[in-house]
Design a protein around this ligand. Structure first.
Ligand code: SAM
Length: 234
């Protein structure tokens, strides 16, 4: 894993010391071991995990400046993209949030095992986190929901002036267009869609970059049943 990470990060133009490469590889090995008893990831080969979990997550650092930022990873699962970002940017503060408590217990354990004792792992639904409203500089999220619904989970957590980075498949133009109404209603504005190739693969992914331009109206987020039944669409 270490060689793939070293080379891939260099390809992304990201500086990383041996300690950081080692922490990523250790977290990856811990995750694959935990995956044998708990369903955390469908990717079970260390090489594929290095590329499709760690390098894919790290690519967000080419899109925004995370230095010194308060970041929330919504629907973090096994800790992606949040944990690799925190390893590469030790001065950012990371909160991982997931509706499955077992996953957050494992991520907390994995973080402690690689010396990331300051990562907050929260068990709960993003749309029920009123106490975290507009608390974060950046929200990140990968593989959780379509943008029109995802925006209602993530944008209320971001302070005005902050960013919401939604990791998507490359053919996300229609999804982004469908999500524009929700993004606007929740106080955001789509700034751009950035595409990148995951180093060492032919896989192209995209990041929808959304700026929080005004505070989210108090009626949002709604309960999940309502978000799902009636996503915000024009
Ligand atoms: N982001 C990780 C990744 O890319 O590897 C995990 C993706 S997994 C497909 C989606 C995760 O989102 C699951 O762990 C699920 O429990 C979580 N999730 C779904 N809806 C959520 C919500 N409303 N609030 C918090 N977590 C949620």
């Amino acid at each position: 894993m270490e060689d793939i990470l070293r080379q891939g990060l260099a390809e992304l133009g990201l500086a990383a010391g041996e300690e950081q490469i080692g922490a990523m590889a250790a977290y990856g090995r811990w995750m694959l071991a935990a995956n044998e008893t708990t369903n955390l990831t469908a990717i079970t080969e260390p090489e594929a995990a290095a590329r499709l979990h760690f390098l894919d997550s790290a690519a967000l650092l080419t899109v925004a400046d995370f230095a010194g930022k308060d970041v929330v990873d919504v629907g973090s699962g096994a800790g992606f993209p949040g944990v690799p970002l925190r390893i590469l940017r030790p001065d950012m503060r990371l909160t991982c949030l997931d509706s499955v408590g077992k996953k957050m217990d494992l991520v907390r354990e994995g973080c402690l095992a690689v010396g990331l004792g300051d990562v907050t792992c929260l068990w709960g639904r993003a749309e029920e986190m009123g106490q975290l409203r507009e608390r974060f500089d950046i929200a990140v999220s990968r593989a959780v929901a379509e943008l029109d619904m995802l925006a209602e989970l993530c944008l209320p957590l971001v302070r005005p002036g902050g960013l919401f980075l939604a990791m998507k498949k490359p053919d996300c133009d229609d999804e982004a267009a469908r999500g524009t109404f929700a993004v606007k209603a929740l106080g955001g504005q789509v700034r751009q869609i950035r595409r990148y190739t995951v180093p060492g693969t032919d896989t192209v992914h995209a990041v929808v970059v959304i700026e929080k331009v005004r505070t989210t109206p108090a009626q949002y987020p709604r309960r999940w049943a309502q978000i799902k039944k009636k996503p915000l669409r024009g």
